[in-house]
Design a protein around this ligand. Structure first.
Ligand code: ADP
Length: 250
């Protein structure tokens, strides 16, 4: 077992763009049920790392393991998505002309590879699942609202709900609280803390207040120049001289 029980194990990944190493011998693993925060200054390689995990970018060297056996560096983006890695980009992409409920329903059908037709009969189990997710994403009571009429924060939550409908084994969130109000940011932290232990999640985020909220029981990895600069609790990485230097430019 090369992955030591991790859901994701990046082993010495290098990504070169014309000789420039966006990732430089990066190793990192995520345990099952872990909520991991990834931070780092602009250009640290966070997006490139997500692109490697989702098959958008091929590593020049190294291997990305998913589960016990899958080698992501040999799979297509499509196959990786179907193998159970869900990614949420920074901007919400919900179906604006459909209701909140329909958005969740469509997300479920996309996953089952069934032609997405609305209003076909849902099983009580499927309805139960949608209800459960509506509560989790703080949109219960809003199911017949058009998604296009939701606030920015609500759209972000709906998209997280749509990801959850697909029951991914690993969830990647790219700056989930960018553009949110303080209240929305606080609720997003609550939401993610509720998912801890139930889902394996990697969050890339710049908002340090938010990271502090969700990292209280978890670990933070700091990337810099394509490698791991520091790893530990938020207190540990905040006290790390190298991290302070990179962030404050001293
Ligand atoms: P972050 O998400 O942490 O801000 P990125 O992964 O976007 O960092 O970028 C890491 C480095 O790689 C940056 O210096 C960026 O300019 C460079 N880079 C990213 N993608 C490409 C590309 N397609 N071609 C050339 N350089 C790239």
């Amino acid at each position: 077992d090369t992955t030591h029980g991790a859901i994701l194990y990046l082993e010495e990944i290098t990504v070169s763009f014309d000789g420039f190493k966006a990732l430089n011998n990066l190793s990192l693993d995520i345990s099952v049920g872990e909520l991991r925060c990834i931070i780092g200054p602009n250009g640290a390689g966070k997006t490139t790392m997500m692109d490697v995990i989702t098959g958008k970018t091929r590593p020049s060297a190294g291997t990305a393991y998913f589960g016990q056996t899958m080698d992501l560096s040999r799979m297509t983006e499509y196959d990786i998505a179907h193998a159970g890695i869900g990614r949420k980009f920074q901007r919400p992409t919900v179906f604006e002309q459909h209701t909140v409920f329909e958005n969740l329903e469509l997300a479920m059908k996309v996953d089952k590879r069934v032609k997405p037709t609305l209003f076909s009969r849902l099983s009580s189990e499927q309805k139960g699942k949608i209800d459960e997710i509506l509560k989790l994403i703080r949109l219960n009571g809003q199911e017949i609202r058009l998604a296009g009429l939701l606030s920015h924060g609500q759209k972000q939550w709906l998209e997280i709900g749509m990801l959850l409908m697909q029951e991914p084994q690993l969830i990647l969130l790219d700056e989930p609280v960018a553009g949110m109000s303080d209240a929305e940011t606080a609720r997003t932290a609550e939401l993610l803390n509720e998912l801890r232990g139930k889902h394996s999640i990697m969050v890339v985020e710049h908002d340090m207040g938010f990271v502090t909220e969700i990292a209280q029981q978890g670990k933070v990895t700091v990337l810099h120049e394509g490698s791991v600069l520091a790893h530990g609790t938020m207190q540990q990485v905040q006290a790390d001289e190298r991290v302070i230097e990179v962030y404050l430019g001293r």
